[in-house]
Design a protein around this ligand. Structure first.
Ligand code: ATP
Length: 268
């Protein structure tokens, strides 16, 4: 473990959280962002986290990414600590806003992490081409972010997260700000990308249809303190046309998610 090389995880578990607690100390007193969170994410899973604002979804993702330290409990990513996993470049992170640098071209934005990591120039150029093709943006390398629509910018930010070939993608409400039609399209493309690359994806959303459409596993959370109230294993096939959303199976899972959200919701 000292050399930072990830050990093969037991069975096919990629992320495992046990008895995880995180309390923020604030001027108004402690905020229990996560309370006794236990979760296993398998290799190739698409896991959505859904729950009302403030239930700790972002905090959980940030703990996995080593951007936040738990107060107690453990998280293992590929069998090692989040810090070791980060150093081994185990994951890419896609934020709520695309967060592209306006003074850099799309290619320049995607190249940035590769430059920081000291990748060879030729490899950088190859990677940029590959990931732009993966998100259907081939040919947009020399454009600036402002020349692209919101949906295209979000795809470019996904390409940036894919550039250093991490096996895990952490996505924090990446499509929240987009209109329904664009969002549908990006959901379809994300599923296709997931099928092609076989990545493990952790995805935060507020949308029940989005969670049900995308996921193999749906984690329902409730606030005050943030905890997991239900984990739903999807019975839907992996191949999912958009009209699967009208099937009884889909509606049944959506119903269970809604019930879980309702049960955990405080109406104050
Ligand atoms: N750095 C921090 N310091 C103090 N409190 C924090 C900090 N970060 C988050 N919190 C609090 O922890 C709780 C969980 O926040 P978090 O952002 O994880 O929720 P969320 O479920 O992602 O919400 P949203 O859906 O609105 O993004 C909230 O009450 C939030 O105010």
């Amino acid at each position: 473990m000292m050399d930072g090389t990830p050990k093969p995880a037991a069975a096919s578990t990629v992320i495992s959280a046990s008895a995880l607690n995180l309390t923020f100390e604030t001027n108004d007193g402690p905020v229990h962002a996560l309370r006794d969170v236990n979760l296993e994410v398998g290799k190739g899973d698409f896991v959505s986290f859904i729950g009302p604002s403030g239930c700790g979804k972002t905090t959980f993702l940030r703990v996995m990414a080593d951007l936040e330290q738990p107060t107690s409990g453990t998280v293992l990513v590929n069998g090692v600590t989040p810090e070791e996993a980060r150093k081994a470049r185990a994951y890419g992170y896609v934020f709520q806003a695309a967060g592209l640098y306006p003074w850099r071209t799309i290619g320049g934005n995607i190249r940035l992490p590769l430059e920081i990591m000291g990748y060879d120039k030729r490899v950088q150029a190859e990677r940029v081409k590959e990931v732009l093709a993966l998100v259907d943006l081939a040919g947009f390398e020399k454009k600036y972010p402002w020349q692209l629509s919101g949906g295209m910018q979000q795809r470019a930010s996904i390409a940036r997260a894919l550039a250093f070939e991490a096996d895990i993608l952490l996505m924090d409400e990446p499509f929240g700000a987009l209109d329904e039609i664009v969002r549908d399209h990006l959901n379809e493309q994300l599923l296709a990308l997931w099928a092609r690359t076989q990545k493990t994806i952790c995805f935060v959303t507020h949308s029940i249809p989005e969670a049900v459409y995308l996921s193999t596993k749906i984690v329902v959370m409730s606030p005050r303190p943030g905890r997991i109230t239900d984990v739903i294993e999807s019975t839907l096939p992996r191949e999912r046309p958009l009209d699967i959303r009208d099937t009884p199976e889909f509606l049944e899972i959506a119903h269970r998610v809604r019930e879980g959200l309702r049960a955990g919701h405080a109406y104050d």
